[in-house]
Design a binder for this molecule. Structure first.
Ligand code: SF4
Length: 424
């Protein structure tokens, strides 16, 4: 029987994508063969449903492979997967990053290891930074700097999948970025669960801004550094300095805002109020006029009234948000919000649609303002690239993936810009 390298399927966030790259290297180093690895997400009930669907599909396509399920859904509800006939092994979020676990799976699963290996994630104190060589694409690489979360927002299951906040030491992060830069990456995205809590568990309690400035100082030839998402209320002074003074820090911040109504924000156990979010965006825009904001907003959080929803909707303009990620509220078992009076499904869907519509209009306003601008884009494929502010751009001629190309904006199609190469 011809032996095959493992097949990986990744669900969810950039942190999961980073960990899949690390698992690929662990599995290859251990000599694991004929395996299917599904790295799951637990952020919504729909994400768990999709993971189960994917497992069934992959089992049908790989009838003799070892099926390994890991990720946040495996961590928070291992039995959901352990009871599936398609599944051989369930690995927790810590276990999936341990070389010795993969060694016990090589060359294939012959029953010599426990089918469910999921320890208490809350007891984990460290995040081992895995140095990876690449990232599945040539355009940008995601680098994990932090894992877990110390907050307990009432709608969120993530801390139960990822444990408490742990930081990757700055030296390891810089080495990782140096390594990726040496392999030709022009852009690196710092990723984690709660980025702004980076450093709180390290000696001297450095802050995220300190790390950003250190990376840009110690990797002077890195053209573009991007942050995956931040909790604006926890942005530190050094980060604001970097936003103001470091052109290599991308003028694009994805904000974990979640809502625009103070009573709902309190019921979510968020650490900011509406005016804090507006003030942050005004200050960041004063420091960096070309900055563009994205944001996560939940529609239909329990007890949300029409008036409260209007406050969320108005936040799009009051903060000047462009890239909106709208999440129709979905109850997660075990979270406090799941026990609150729920908004009916139809209302949730209608409100999510209105938020998305507001988001589309914000995108068009942003795209209209870009015409004739001279900018540099990072090619994500031969014909499509991204601007520093994360705007997607179609180029008039092919260029290698991962290349930085100066262009002149010629127009847009309502979703992305079009541009021609700037030969000048
Ligand atoms: S900050 Fe809140 S929403 Fe974000 S991961 Fe932590 S608990 Fe979840």
């Amino acid at each position: 029987m011809d032996r095959r390298a493992p097949v990986f399927s990744t669900h969810g966030c950039r942190l999961n994508a980073y960990e899949t790259e690390a698992m690929k290297e662990l599995a290859s180093a251990a000599g694991v063969e004929d395996a299917v690895v599904v790295n799951t997400c637990a952020v919504t009930a729909e994400a768990v449903r999709k993971a189960r669907q994917d497992i069934r599909r992959l089992r049908r396509a790989n009838p003799r492979a070892t099926v390994i399920v890991t990720g946040c859904a495996a961590q928070t509800e291992p039995e959901t997967f352990a009871t599936m006939p398609e599944v051989d092994i369930v690995l927790g979020n810590t276990e999936k990053m341990q070389a010795e676990r993969w060694a016990r799976l090589a060359p294939d699963f012959t029953g010599k290891t426990e089918p469910v290996q999921v320890d208490d994630i809350m007891s984990v104190r460290e995040t081992a930074g895995h140095l990876i060589d690449g990232f599945g694409t040539r355009s940008r690489a995601h680098v994990q700097i932090q894992n877990g979360c110390d907050h307990r927002c009432t709608f969120c299951i993530i801390p139960f999948g990822r444990g408490n906040s742990r930081s990757v030491p700055a030296g390891v992060v810089v080495d990782q970025i140096r390594r990726l830069r040496d392999r030709g990456y022009n852009e690196v995205v710092l990723t984690g669960v709660d980025l702004t809590s980076w450093g709180a568990d390290l000696p001297g309690e450095p802050r995220l801004g300190d790390l950003v400035l250190r990376i840009l100082r110690l990797v002077p030839d890195l053209p573009r550094l991007r942050l995956s998402s931040i909790d604006s209320i926890e942005a530190d002074p050094a980060l604001m300095d970097a936003i103001a003074g470091e052109p290599r820090l991308m003028p694009h911040l994805h904000l974990s805002l979640q809502h625009g109504d103070d009573l709902i924000l309190k019921r979510m156990k968020r650490r900011h109020l509406r005016d804090d979010a507006i003030r942050f965006c005004e200050e960041a825009r004063r420091l960096r006029p070309d900055i563009v904001f994205g944001a996560d907003i939940i529609a239909g959080f329990p007890t949300e009234t029409d008036a409260a929803f209007e406050n969320a909707l108005r936040l799009v303009e009051d903060c000047g948000l462009t890239w909106l990620h709208v999440f129709p509220y979905s109850p997660r078992n075990g979270t406090p919000a799941a026990r609150m009076p729920q908004v009916d499904g139809r209302t949730i869907r209608e409100r999510a649609a209105r938020l998305r519509d507001a988001g589309s209009h914000a995108v068009i306003r942003h795209l209209d303002a870009q015409r004739d601008r001279r900018i540099t884009i990072l090619m994500e494929s031969e014909t499509v690239g991204r601007a520093a502010d994360f705007t997607e751009i179609a180029l008039d001629r092919p260029c290698p993936e991962g290349m930085l190309v100066p262009v002149i904006v010629t127009g847009h199609d309502g979703a992305r810009l079009s541009a021609r190469a700037d030969a000048s």
